[in-house]
Design a protein around this ligand. Structure first.
Ligand code: ACM
Ligand code: ZN
Length: 537
């Protein structure tokens, strides 16, 4: 188990004997499982044709969802499972334990019995493809990494003020105008630096179908997010009538109100007008296309950080509030979210929203709440008390776009579901854990890698429910696991960066830069990576 991530629930060894996957020549079970064996194991190794050892895939309906059991003896490997993900995860375990991916590996397994199953049913990563568009290859590579780590939900943040990234056939201007911005703020929060290179990109509907199918083959559900009513400016670029004030605008190329204030740019961040019938007609048409593309039983409405200033001055919003007995703009947002929830239900989908959707105090309790805010949200506790369900994504330590100087690897490893007032009596209402990666300042694949790895390894242990009582032991396993990451050329954060060994020096000397500008960590990481690779040669 010295390289296994997430650690197995149990692996009881029988004696000192071993079997090598190089000697396995017979695979029995249903054809689809034989195919998976070929994909994850035998396509990577030269099977030794003189030996006659076998692996069998056997259904055991007593096993719970996603669980698996493997009996390993000198001549036979038996894999027991009750569903597709169970087989998939058994294969990932064999692949990691035997280091199948690593060139020259003997692919050996110790004889014994492995029993394994996840704690959380929602083991998720969120990628923001709106601020920085990441293309098909990067998305597929991330999905490949997710299955290796036994993660099963990929949340795509598809739209935001800075870009609309999904083709909607009924409204072509969403991508014609909304997927392009002429320039971008760079170098982190608080910087005034601007890169004058235009940024664009979106997924066609065929791309989306390809992503959904690619993910499904890896046991991963893709959850789409169309963020509204705030973070909606990219839609106004094509359809300005969606806003309270119909004025021309383009996707926003800077991040956060502070930059706007410093540059003297006013009122950029606006929300959809909730008083115009066109807004609802538009959203329902968009969602009808989105629901056709994604097989997920969930739809994510966003609902975070909605700017409410314009609503209180808008005659359309005022009329709508009066007609529907809505007392204030917080209730207005809540009313809107509940309308979207009804629409989702009528299409067999459950709504998810960031925890601000609780603000109006009248949220339909069937809405899944994703708890992200740094501040404790009493609304979340009330939601739990009323029987509602949540996904945990607390900013610290789950926001993987943060610098390691702020949130280091140990913070992720030490994550505890009972932070922030969540009581053990609500455990069954926590459906899982999700780590978002926001990409305001992450436009390259290499930088994305550095932010994600090795945080994803710690996250995988949190999600799988590995007892986390020794960071030292985890770190040792991680070092061995990196042999596999190296095969895939993952630009993980080097130990000195990930553990942020010298935060005091950094904080004293370059406090603001090291905490808000991940570009500096990236540059330092690049040097450390090159030095390590030189030493390894
Ligand atoms: C968020 O970080 N605004 C969900
Ligand atoms: Zn309005």
């Amino acid at each position: 188990m010295s390289n296994m991530i997430p650690a197995l629930k149990s692996y009881d060894l029988i004696g000192d004997s071993k079997i090598s996957l190089l000697d396995v020549t017979t695979v029995s079970g249903e054809n689809c499982f034989k195919e998976l064996y070929r994909e994850y194991i035998s396509s990577k190794i030269e099977v030794n044709t003189r030996e006659f050892k076998s692996i069998s895939f056997i259904v055991d309906s007593k096993l719970s969802k996603e669980a698996y059991k493997i009996n390993i003896s000198e001549h036979v490997i038996e894999v027991f499972f009750s569903d597709y993900n169970g087989v998939l995860y058994a294969l990932q375990t064999l692949r990691v334990l035997a280091e199948v991916d690593v060139e020259g590996s003997k692919c050996e397994l110790k004889c014994g019995c492995i029993v394994d199953q996840p704690k959380h049913s929602w083991r998720a990563i969120m990628l923001d493809v709106a601020r920085s568009f990441h293309g098909m290859d990067t998305v597929k590579r991330l999905l490949d990494m997710m299955v290796l780590h036994k993660m099963n939900v990929f949340h795509m943040h598809l739209t935001d003020d800075s870009g609309w990234r999904i083709e909607i056939k009924k409204y072509p201007l969403l991508t014609e105008k909304g997927s392009y911005r002429p320039r971008t703020q760079i170098n982190g929060w608080g910087s005034l630096d601007v890169d004058e290179t235009p940024h664009s990109g979106f997924y066609t509907q065929d791309d989306i179908k390809e992503i959904v199918a690619y993910a499904a083959a890896r046991g991963i559900v893709v959850v789409p997010e169309i963020d509204m009513p705030g973070h909606f400016t990219a839609a106004f670029a094509g359809y300005p009538e969606l806003a309270c004030r119909e004025i021309p605008c383009e996707p926003i190329w800077f991040y956060g109100g502070k930059f706007a204030k410093k540059m003297g740019i006013e009122n950029s961040f606006r929300s959809a007008c909730l008083g115009k019938p066109f807004t609802f007609e538009f959203i329902y048409n968009v969602l009808t296309e989105v629901f056709e593309l994604f097989t997920s039983p969930y739809f994510h409405v966003g609902g975070d950080e909605a700017e409410k200033k314009e609503w209180s001055k808008c005659p359309h919003c005022a009329k709508y509030m009066e007609e529907n007995g809505i007392a204030n703009t917080y209730e207005l947002q809540c009313y809107f979210i509940n309308e979207i929830s009804k629409f989702c239900k009528s299409h067999g989908k459950t709504l998810i929203g960031w925890n601000e959707v609780l603000e109006g105090g009248k949220l339909d309790n069937s809405t899944l709440v994703q708890y992200w805010t740094l501040q404790k949200d009493r609304g979340v506790v009330e939601h739990l008390n009323k029987g509602g369900k949540i996904i945990l994504s607390k900013h610290k330590p789950m926001y993987m776009d943060m610098s390691y100087a702020q949130y280091n690897l140990k913070n992720m490893y030490n994550f505890n579901e009972h932070m922030e007032g969540i009581k053990t009596r609500h455990d069954s209402q926590i459906i899982g854990v999700e780590a978002p990666v926001w990409t305001e300042f992450i436009s390259s694949r290499e930088k994305l890698d550095m932010q994600l790895f090795p945080r994803m390894e710690a996250l995988a242990e949190v999600c799988w429910g590995t007892p986390r009582n020794s960071f030292k032991e985890f770190s040792a396993r991680l070092e061995n696991f990196k042999r596999i990451l190296d095969v895939y050329d993952i630009w993980y954060a080097e130990p000195n960066i990930a553990s942020c060994k010298n935060p005091i020096k950094r904080l004293r000397t370059r406090a603001i830069w090291y905490t808000s500008n991940t570009e500096l960590e990236f540059k330092e990481n690049k040097l450390l990576r090159a030095a390590r690779q030189k030493n390894q040669k």
